[in-house]
Design a protein around this ligand. Structure first.
Ligand code: SER
Length: 329
């Protein structure tokens, strides 16, 4: 695997730079690629602030505005686009037409701009791209993908359209199927896996946590540092080794609510939880894999996660406690 970012990434556009993944990915690339320019793309109402704003350029980058995207890509000579614009699964069920517009029409705009300007594109897929007929345990890389949620429909179509642009036009599209992502910088908004983030905030604040997902519901989850590593390593991987492109299963841990609560109680014994199951999110969760097989990512670009449930929990609590003590939670 190539290990120097300089070879493949110099001028990067992160679309959705103020979201759960974007806020951390933008900063990580800025820190780790000396001499790079990372443009923080955002939409009005979700402006970058603080370090994110001060450490590099920022531009309004609405995926639905093809002309504005083309202008940014040309002006900054962008070679790599991280397309992180999306409505998460529960919100997409409430606003399916908007989800389609952002996730599909937006993607088409990005792929066209990338084709015209020779840029690589990373658009995440998800455990949400699978459905009730998919094998749930050890979900293979190549298997049935018949999701029933609008989020899932757009993610499968994202995979197909991204592969289409690679095969037809040679656009360097690459992607991973993210599990539920657990992080402590920016809260996710409206996902099915968000409970596993929110419970940490409640635990550190000493608040009761109301869980919308039923006990016994397993889903793949991952700590954000591993997710960021995957997003960067894949775009930096030797293309001659890639048999797959859109999109790779990646996995690090799988748990059901009782297991993560028990793990948090090892460090915060007073955590209080009550269940109020949300039927929309529960139906989505039940249709998703319990645990994905990520052997293709391991073989083709040396994917390997660092964190497990215990090391993630210690780090989450540590980071959130610091923010809580600084009145920043
Ligand atoms: N975390 C996302 C969601 O729950 C899944 O990719 O919607």
């Amino acid at each position: 695997m190539r290990t120097t970012f300089e070879i493949t990434m110099k001028n990067v556009l992160v679309i959705g730079s103020t979201g759960q993944i974007g806020s951390e990915l933008t900063m990580k690339i800025r820190r780790e690629i000396p001499g790079s320019t990372v443009v923080a793309g955002y939409i009005p109402g979700a402006e970058p602030k603080g370090e994110l704003l001060e450490s590099g350029p920022a531009e309004i980058a609405d995926v639905r505005d093809a002309a504005a995207l083309a202008d940014i890509v040309k002006r900054y000579r962008i070679d790599t686009i991280y397309n992180l614009a999306a409505l998460l699964s529960a919100v997409a069920e409430r606003k399916p037409l908007l989800a389609w517009d952002i996730q599909m029409n937006g993607l088409l705009n990005i792929l066209e701009v990338a084709r015209e300007n020779n840029a690589a594109v990373f658009t995440p897929s998800s455990i949400g791209s699978f459905g009730p007929e998919t094998p749930r345990v050890g979900t293979p890389q190549d298997t049935i993908q018949r999701p029933r949620s609008m989020y899932g429909v757009t993610k499968v179509a994202t995979e197909l359209l991204s592969d289409y642009y690679f095969h037809k036009y040679g656009v360097d599209t690459r992607s991973v199927r993210f599990p539920g992502l657990i992080s402590n910088v920016t809260l996710p908004g409206g996902g099915t896996t968000d409970y596993a983030v929110e419970v940490y905030y409640a635990a550190v604040k000493g608040e009761e946590f109301v869980c919308p997902i039923a006990p016994g519901t397993y889903m793949d989850m991952m700590y954000m540092p591993d997710a960021l590593k995957a997003a960067i390593d894949l775009m930096n991987a030797d293309p001659s080794r890639l048999i797959h492109r859109n999109s790779f299963n990646i996995a690090s841990m799988s748990f059901e609510p009782e297991q993560i609560f028990a793990k948090i109680r090892e460090y915060i014994p007073g955590l209080r939880v009550r269940y109020e199951v949300d039927p929309v999110r529960q139906a989505i969760a039940t249709s998703w894999p319990d645990s994905m097989d990520d052997s293709c990512a391991r073989a083709e670009w040396d994917w390997k996660p660092v964190y497990d449930m215990d090391s993630m929990t210690r780090d989450m609590i540590d980071c959130l406690r610091k923010r809580y003590n600084n009145n920043n939670l």
